[in-house]
Ligand binder design. Sequence first.
Ligand SMILES: Cc1cc2nc3c(=O)[nH]c(=O)nc-3n(C[C@H](O)[C@H](O)[C@H](O)COP(=O)(O)OP(=O)(O)OC[C@H]3O[C@@H](n4cnc5c(N)ncnc54)[C@H](O)[C@@H]3O)c2cc1C
Length: 300
Amino acid sequence: MNTDVLVIGGGAAGPTAAPVLARARHRVTLIDDQTYRNATVDEFHGFPTRDATAPHRFRADAVRELTSYGVAFVASTVTRVDATDRIVRVALDDGTTIAASAMLLATGVQDDLSPIDGLAQRWGKSVFNCPFCDGWEQRDQSAVVIDAAPGAEHLVGMLRSWTPNVTIVDAGDVAALTGHGATLDQVVLSDGNTIVATAAFLKAPVIREAHWPNTLAAKSTPPATSSPATAAQRATHSCGLPEMSADHHRHRIKWCSPQQTAPPPPSPFTRPSSPRAATPARPGDGVPGGHAGNGPGSHP
Ligand SMILES: Cc1cc2nc3c(=O)[nH]c(=O)nc-3n(C[C@H](O)[C@H](O)[C@H](O)COP(=O)(O)OP(=O)(O)OC[C@H]3O[C@@H](n4cnc5c(N)ncnc54)[C@H](O)[C@@H]3O)c2cc1C
């Protein structure tokens, strides 16, 4: 065994957990393949003492702190996990393996961006996911909510706390986003109409990059046998990770246990054809502290 705890993921969560483990005198190895959710963001907000900090600066500072506690860093992708009751062993994309007593997953999620012309280059610049993160800068401006997942109507309600000028459109009705550089001037619809806006908020599906919690849950069940399972039997419980494609397309994800292949529950939202006017605000709509996400009640 060459480390005590493996922390997989070096975005925000991994470097938050790692110092607690290191200060508890565990030998920690942090593995990260540097595909952060906020990779395109110039600065994040709402983090006490670090408001408007560039994410890369935050991570560099975190690495410096962790290095002082002896945390080891590996820049690589974990492609496979094998676990027994006593040991967890991860395989990296270069073929090497690392073993530890425990593993902490901080692998985050990715946003499944709609294939709208001009969207990808504006993601994190003038197209956002979360009004708590970027609503302040857009206060009293014209904003468009692009509906690509359940929860968009709720996002509209929340956004009204920052600006009354909110229009909602279905993602399928948006042809392009235009503006100088990464700024946004107009949302161009498929029928040729345009909406003037300085920001868009995309309600996108989120994709979990890796499915280890489910994978390991499936693996932790001993084989059905009347006699105590041997270490060898237990060690046969393993599962390849989902294919780690560059675009993290959700259809390429392989689940490891049958019950996890069930489709998600149906959305409580009806999806009228767009473009459409945002519904009038209701009492309680748009109260910061509410939630939006891939369904009612979840965070963006
Ligand atoms: C446009 C945008 C703006 C945002 N603005 C803000 C803001 O202002 N304030 C705020 O608080 N939040 C903001 N967020 C949210 C913030 O980015 C996330 O909450 C945060 O990144 C989550 O941290 P995380 O560590 O869980 O995931 P991530 O930061 O995504 O880190 C996960 C890490 O795990 C790694 N990883 C995954 N799988 C593997 C593997 N198999 N092998 C090795 N490494 C792996 C990835 O490379 C990645 O580095 C914003 C998000 C977006 C999209």
